[in-house]
Ligand binder design. Structure first.
Ligand code: FCB
Length: 480
C-alpha cells in the first residue's frame, strides 16, 4: 500500500523495491507490416503460408499492426502502470538476408519505439530473437548449422550498436527449446522440420548463438549491457513416485532444461543427456571452445512459465498418452525421450488446455535459485488464454485471467519470501496477438484486440494489473 493508497489492506503482500512490472510481446506476433521498409520473409511468414500449419491459414501479415500503432500502444502501457516492456526485434526487418549491413529504416522503427518507451518512463527489455529467422538463413540450413549462430552474433552486434545507447537490458533468445524442438523436432513451429538430430544440433547452435551475441553486446557497449536469456524451463513432475516415472522425469529434465542450463551456467552439457541421446548423435558438432563461448556471465535468467509437465514411463504394450501441451504431431519433440508419456496435470485448464498450477512456478523459482545462488531471476512470461468476449457494454470481463495472474504472483511472492531472488514479472501478453500455430484463436492479452477494426480495449485484468504495478503489491482479485 502506498502512502496515497486509501484502500484498507490487512495483509499487504509487497514486492521488493524496484521490482519490474512488465508485459511482453514478440515482433511477429504483433507488428504486421510484413513487407514494409525492406523487411523480408522470416520462417514464420513461410510456415504460416504453408497449408495446414497454422489455424485457418492465419498469418502475421497485419497482426495487430503495432508497427504503425506503437505510439498509441506505448500510451496504453503507460496507462497500465508498466515499469518495463519486453519486446523483440525482427531480424528480417533489420538485416533482411541475415547477412551484411543493417537496414536503417528497420532499425529506426526500434529507435523510435525505444524513445517513446523511455519518454513514458518504461524500461525497454529487448529480445534479439523470438523465432523469426530470416528465411534465407533457413534456406542455408537454419539453426542446425553452425553458420546461423555466427550470423546471429553479427546481427546482435548491429542491434547493440544501434540501440545500445538507450537499451541496457537484453535477452538474447526467447525459449530456444521451442526453436530447436518444436521447429526442427515435432515440426509444429516454423520451419516445420521433423528430424531429432537436426533438433539437437539446433539446440547447440542456439546456445552458441547466445554466447556469441553476449560477447557482441558487451563489446558494442562495454560495461553497459545487462544480459539475459529467456528459457521455458519445464517444471517436470513424475506421474507417480515409481523409479520408472522418476527416471522418465530425469530424461525430460535433461533434454528439456539442462541442455540449456548446463552449457549456459555450468559450462558443459550434462553427461546423462549425452548418454540418453547417444544412439542419435555423438555430439561431434560441439567444437572445442564452444562451451566456454556459451558460458558468458549472465545478469539475470529469464524464466517463462505457464504450466507443469507431467511424465511417466510406459509399460510395454500400454497406450502412450502424449499431451505435452506443445501441439499435436506424429513426431516427438523429445529426442531420446520418444517412449515417455505426457499427461495433463489435474485441475482447472486455460483455453490452451494447460493446467493452472501456480505451485509449479513456486517450485521452479525456488529450485533454480537454490541450484544457481546469486543469479537474479526474471519471470519473462506468464499468463493465460481464455475465451474472452466483449460484453454488451463494450467491456471485457476476464476474472479467470485475474485469478491466474493473482495465483502466480502469490506464488512468486512466496518464492521471494523463501529466498528466490526474483526481480520482475512480465505478463504474457500486453494485448491479444498471433499465437503461433493457433493463429488468432487464442487470446492471451490484458488488452483485447478486435481483429477487424484493430481497436484495443483493456480487459478488467488490465485494470487490475495496473493497480498491482502501481502499488508494487498483490491486489485482491475481487478488486479487478
Ligand atoms: C511462449 C512464447 C510466446 C507465447 C506464449 C503463449 O512459448 O514465447 O510467444 O506464444 O508462449
Amino acid at each position: 500500500m502506498t502512502a496515497t493508497d486509501p484502500r484498507p489492506h490487512t495483509t499487504t503482500r509487497r514486492f521488493p523495491t524496484g521490482f519490474l512490472w512488465g508485459a511482453a510481446t514478440a515482433a511477429y506476433q504483433i507488428e504486421g507490416a510484413a513487407a514494409e521498409d525492406g523487411r523480408t520473409p522470416s520462417i514464420w511468414d513461410t510456415f504460416s503460408r504453408t497449408p495446414g500449419k497454422v489455424f485457418e491459414g492465419h498469418t502475421g501479415d497485419v497482426a495487430v499492426d503495432h508497427y504503425h500503432r506503437f505510439r498509441d500502444d506505448v500510451r496504453m502501457m503507460a496507462d497500465l502502470g508498466l515499469s518495463a516492456y519486453r519486446f523483440s526485434v525482427a531480424w528480417p526487418r533489420v538485416q533482411p538476408t541475415g547477412r551484411g549491413p543493417a537496414v536503417q529504416k528497420g532499425l529506426d522503427f526500434y529507435r523510435r519505439l525505444v524513445d517513446e518507451l523511455l519518454g513514458a518512463g518504461i524500461e525497454p527489455v529487448v529480445t534479439l530473437y523470438h523465432w523469426d529467422l530470416p528465411q534465407e538463413l533457413e534456406a542455408a540450413g537454419g539453426w542446425p548449422e553452425r553458420s546461423t549462430a555466427e550470423r546471429f552474433g553479427a546481427y546482435a552486434a548491429l542491434v547493440g550498436e544501434a540501440l545500445g545507447d538507450r537499451v541496457t537490458r537484453w535477452t538474447t533468445l526467447n525459449e530456444p527449446w521451442c526453436t530447436a524442438f518444436l521447429g526442427y523436432g515435432s515440426g509444429v513451429h516454423a520451419p516445420g522440420r521433423t528430424d531429432p538430430v537436426a533438433a539437437l544440433r539446433a539446440a547447440h547452435h542456439l546456445n552458441l548463438a547466445h554466447g556469441l551475441a553476449a560477447q557482441a553486446l558487451h563489446s558494442a557497449r562495454p560495461g553497459r549491457a545487462r544480459l539475459s536469456i529467456s528459457l521455458n524451463l519445464h517444471e517436470i513432475r513424475p506421474l507417480t513416485s515409481s523409479a520408472e516415472d522418476r527416471e522418465a522425469a530425469r530424461r525430460i529434465d535433461a533434454v528439456g532444461n539442462r541442455i540449456f542450463l548446463g552449457p549456459l551456467l555450468d559450462g558443459a552439457y550434462p553427461d546423462d543427456l549425452l548418454a540418453d541421446t547417444a544412439s542419435l548423435t555423438d555430439w561431434r558438432f560441439v567444437r572445442d571452445g564452444d562451451t566456454a563461448t556459451i558460458r558468458q556471465p549472465l545478469d539475470s535468467l529469464g524464466i517463462n512459465y505457464y504450466t507443469p509437465t507431467v511424465v511417466s514411463a510406459v509399460a510395454e504394450g500400454a497406450d502412450r498418452p502424449q499431451d505435452d501441451g506443445h501441439g499435436a504431431s506424429d513426431h516427438s519433440p523429445w529426442p531420446g525421450g520418444e517412449d515417455i508419456a505426457f499427461h495433463r496435470a489435474p485441475g482447472e485448464r486455460t483455453a490452451m488446455g494447460w493446467a493452472v498450477d501456480p505451485n509449479g512456478l513456486y517450485d521452479l523459482l525456488t529450485r533454480v535459485s537454490a541450484r544457481y545462488p546469486g543469479l537474479p531471476l526474471l519471470i519473462t512470461e506468464n499468463g493465460a488464454a481464455f475465451e474472452d468476449e466483449i460484453g454488451a457494454d463494450g467491456t471485457v470481463h476476464d476474472p479467470d485471467r485475474i485469478a491466474y495472474v493473482h495465483g502466480h504472483l502469490a506464488a512468486t511472492h512466496r518464492a521471494i519470501a523463501d529466498g528466490a531472488d526474483v526481480r520482475g514479472y512480465f505478463l504474457w501478453s500486453l494485448m491479444d496477438n498471433f499465437e503461433w500455430a493457433y493463429g488468432y484463436a487464442k487470446r492471451f492479452g490484458a488488452v483485447h484486440v478486435d481483429y477487424e477494426s484493430l481497436a484495443r480495449t483493456p480487459k478488467s485484468s488490465a485494470r487490475w494489473y495496473a493497480r498491482v504495478a502501481r502499488s508494487n503489491a498483490l491486489v485482491d482479485p475481487a478488486e479487478g
